[in-house]
Write a protein that binds this ligand. Structure first.
Ligand SMILES: [Ca+2]
Ligand SMILES: [Ca+2]
Length: 254
């Protein structure tokens, strides 16, 4: 369960700081710097933040930092630009940042439900486990530096970029409409990749052929979509339902 008690951020006058306390006892300091409302959530259980929900003010750009490892948290942004930072590992978190160009910066996330809404959003995280990421229209950027296991990422429309720095397993990547770029740095197993069945050229890169592990499938490819394996380029040909290299080698999925 994510937190059921939610603290609404009170926006102070410029140059002043307000302290609020959540019903679970976490202190939240908020100050106004220029046009940005800055909030910092402090631990309430030893070094951990436990059972804390934050709701930003109805409008305005914000930056909120959860200072420490956290569990059972929720975060609700607004239609403006929200930046959310988790300095420690997050377990069981629900994040919804609404419209606007939003940013999520986090270390490992286990059991996350994250919706970045419309706008040009970006997310940089450590490892992900049992986590769902959704973004809407707009050019979104996801960088997952750690291992991804049982993760579902839906990038929505727009020209989206997804970079996986670690191994990927038992996951789903939905690129949607737009010219999307997907880059894997390590082995990918039992993972479904949907290129969105559109006329835009998508690009999927693997570090080596051996990194395309068992159960990994690419769906929704159209003419011209690119598969790059260890620098070698394969282009999708609908008539052959295969990715074909300049040397004539073909790769088929499904
Ligand atoms: Ca927002
Ligand atoms: Ca998008």
């Amino acid at each position: 369960m994510a937190s059921s008690d939610t603290l609404s951020i009170f926006v102070p006058d410029p140059g002043t700081t307000v302290t609020q306390t959540t019903s679970s006892g976490a202190r939240v300091l908020t100050s106004q710097t220029g046009d940005v409302t800055n909030s910092r959530v402090f631990p309430n259980k030893g070094r951990n933040i436990d059972d804390v929900g934050i709701r930003e003010s109805a409008s305005g750009d914000t930056r909120t930092t959860f200072s420490g490892a956290s569990k059972d948290t929720s975060y609700l942004g607004n239609a403006d630009d929200n930046t959310v930072v988790f300095t420690g590992n997050a377990r069981n978190t629900t994040i919804s940042t609404g419209g606007g160009d939003d940013t999520l910066i986090a270390t490992d996330i286990n059991r996350g439900t994250i919706s970045l809404g419309s706008g040009d959003n970006s997310a940089i995280t450590g490892g992900l486990k049992n986590t769902t990421f959704t973004a809407g229209s707009g050019a979104d950027s996801f960088t997952i530096t750690g291992r991804a296991d049982s993760v579902r990422i839906s990038a929505g429309t727009g020209d989206d970029t997804l970079i996986f720095g670690g191994r990927v397993s038992d996951s789903t990547v939905l690129l949607g409409q737009g010219a999307d770029v997907l880059d894997f740095s390590a082995r990918v197993q039992n993972t479904w990749i949907d290129l969105g069945n559109d006329a835009n050229v998508d690009q999927v890169s693997f570090f080596s052929k051996g990194d395309i592990g068992s159960g990994t499938q690419i769906f929704g490819a159209g003419d011209g979509d690119l598969l790059i394996i260890g620098g070698e380029e394969y282009t999708f040909d609908t008539s052959q339902t295969a990715f074909i290299s300049t040397q004539g080698d073909s790769i088929t999925f499904g």
